[in-house]
Design a protein. Structure first.
Length: 608
């Protein structure tokens, strides 16, 4: 016993002198590293408190979640800083000290925050003890690797470290499962999971034993990767919640729904990309990716398609397509907020069309098609244009011509030949409405009846288009009025001008005017000419109807008659008029006899 004690004291003496000798020989390096890491540590602690003080939200649950993220994120940053410093401080006593300190700092806050949500009970204090054992084992192990180099001590410390971590994760994992059971409302599913709990316990114990015996290996990178995965998911949840609330507070419902869908999809794709990097870098699954990359479905000099390239092409297509959708929405709302609707629609259309072309090219490249393969494909596509794809490519190219010639822009008010909706009673042979989108192959016009009509882009190139807002949005509307021949034209003009000036949609400059157009068969025809902003008043029919309503009442009030078609008929010969006589019989109730007449009647009756 005395010999063992002397050996232990001798070992500590050697260790102490080795540390002093190492510090003395690299004093400048050790002090510089110590100051830098200390400043980083103090700065992160200060920033963490500052960020936590800035978190303001009325929802208590949401605030607690944000505090949890901040409380965990900064310790992880410190761990990352220490791991980066390993490149410069490798083999230094400073790294041997700060490495376990960083793990303890991160583990302490993770345990403290998780204990707020997990039902651990009296096991809470055991978690801190296990963490302390793990950190001390790591610290002593670092010193052993640097100075003592005792293989038996190193193996013992490694076993203690593994057991501490295994027990620590054991308490966390099954406390999490137990807590999560309370949120499962499906009775059958909850019972199935409860029955499988014993199986999870056995599997975990077996994996732990295999890990301690070095039959399977979970390096420290596994722990780091696991922590980074949890933090990445937490950051995703934080960004998803924050951006969702921000978008809902800044935009209308019909605007934020498609934007929110693309934001969530983009965040999920970013999460998948980061988790893929973490799994490949920390969990040693790179060999699986390499194996799948070697499984070629097609392999030639110009085409190399593997399982990984297919997955990469699909991911690239979805990611870039989502990114372009976000850019399209972002550019649109950027200009809309500045009341530049025309530029907003045009930018959105250009980003959409050019982006679609770039997405296709990049995705084909990721699939494994080189330019040597794309050139023959382009040649085949050219032949296809001459046959079946002629219409498609015609519409696609026409879309670019429309965008870059600026003869048609999103937001323009146009009229083109076509069916505007006969099913709803619109018998006009023209389509009048607002351009709401210029897509890859077609343009969508919304009519005044709320109908969205999809028109191929080529029709806007080959047909005549009436663009009411090409250079500016001010147009003159002509509204005819017919009055009787006995009306005073000056009075008519005054009345119609008053009606126009009273309308809030009629511009004061240029001023409205009244033209005496013609003397028709049954009326004097006047035209009321009004200048309006067609972008603000693109539903022109209700405006004309309102002018007619007010005009009719004002003309009637002024004593001006609104005529209807009348004809005077003249006969060459005089008409002979004959009146037909027919007997008339009095009904008893129609006879009225006076008293004198009645007495005379009685006398005549007596004489008879």
């Amino acid at each position: 016993m005395e010999g063992t004690t002397d050996s232990f004291i001798h070992t500590l003496n050697i260790l102490f002198h080795s540390i002093l000798r190492d510090i003395g020989s690299n004093l400048t390096k050790e002090l510089t590293g110590f100051l830098i890491l200390s400043i980083v540590f103090v700065s992160l602690v200060f920033l963490k408190r500052k960020v936590q003080g800035l978190i303001r939200t009325p929802r208590e649950g949401q605030r607690a979640f944000y505090l949890l993220i901040a409380d965990t994120f900064f310790p992880v940053l410190f761990l990352v800083a220490v791991l980066i410093s390993k490149v410069f401080l490798k083999g230094s006593i400073l790294f041997a000290f700060f490495d376990p300190l960083a793990y303890f700092y991160m583990g302490f806050y993770i345990i403290r925050n998780l204990l707020r949500y997990l039902r651990v009970g009296f096991f809470s204090w055991i978690l801190y003890i296990l963490l302390l054992f793990a950190v001390l084992s790591l610290f002593i192990g670092n010193l052993n690797d640097l100075y003592i180099k005792n293989a038996q001590l190193g193996s013992l410390l490694l076993v203690v470290l593994k057991l501490s971590l295994a027990l620590l994760f054991y308490v966390f994992l099954f406390s999490f499962i137990k807590t999560g059971m309370g949120f499962i409302k499906h009775t059958l599913l909850r019972e199935v999971l409860e029955n499988l709990t014993w199986f999870f316990h056995i599997v975990y114990v077996v994996i732990t034993i295999l890990w301690v015996l070095k039959i399977i290996d979970f390096a420290s990178s596994f722990l780091i990767g696991f922590i980074f995965s949890i933090l990445t998911i937490a950051v995703y949840a934080l960004l998803s919640t924050y951006l969702g609330n921000y978008v809902k507070s800044r935009f209308k419902e019909d605007e934020y729904i498609p934007l929110l869908v693309n934001i969530n999809r983009f965040l999920i794709l970013c999460l998948v990309f980061v988790l893929y990097g973490i799994f490949k870098g920390f969990f040693n699954v790179g060999f699986i990716v390499d194996y799948l990359s070697s499984l070629y479905l097609i392999k030639t000099d110009i085409i190399s398609v593997s399982v990984v390239s297919i997955a990469s092409a699909i991911y690239t297509f979805v990611f870039l397509f989502t990114l372009i959708a976000l850019l399209k929405h972002g550019a649109y709302f950027f200009y809309i907020r500045r009341n530049r609707e025309v530029e907003a629609g045009s930018i959105r259309a250009i980003v959409s069309n050019l982006g679609f072309l770039l997405v296709i090219l990049i995705s084909l490249s990721k699939l494994g098609l080189t330019w040597k393969a794309l050139l023959p494909l382009a040649g085949a596509l050219g032949i296809g244009i001459g046959f079946g794809l002629q219409t498609i490519m015609n519409n696609y190219i026409s879309g670019f011509i429309l965008l870059f010639s600026k003869k048609l822009k999103v937001g323009d008010i146009v009229e083109i030949e076509g069916n505007a909706g006969r099913a709803i009673g619109n018998t006009l042979e023209t389509i009048y409405g607002r351009v709401i989108s210029i897509d890859v192959l077609s343009t969508v016009i919304r009519t005044t009846d709320g109908i969205e009509i999809v028109i191929p882009n080529s029709q806007f190139i080959s047909q005549q288009i009436v663009n009411y807002s090409l250079s500016d949005s001010y147009i003159r509307v002509r509204i005819p009025f017919g009055v009787s021949y006995n009306s005073d034209p000056n009075t008519v003009r005054e009345v119609l001008l008053k009606v126009a000036k009273d309308s809030p949609f009629v511009l004061s400059n240029p001023e409205p005017a009244v033209w005496f157009s013609e003397m028709a068969d049954s009326a004097l025809v006047f035209y009321l000419l009004c200048w309006v902003n067609i972008r603000m008043l693109w539903r022109i029919n209700p405006f004309v109807s309102e002018i007619y309503f007010k005009g009719w009442y004002e003309l009637k009030k002024a004593g001006i008659e609104i005529p209807f078609p009348q004809r005077d008929v003249w006969f060459r010969n005089q008409l002979r008029i004959e009146l037909e006589k027919r007997p008339y019989t009095l009904e008893p109730h129609e006879i009225r006899v006076s008293d004198s007449s009645a007495s005379s009647f009685e006398k005549e009756k007596d004489l008879d």
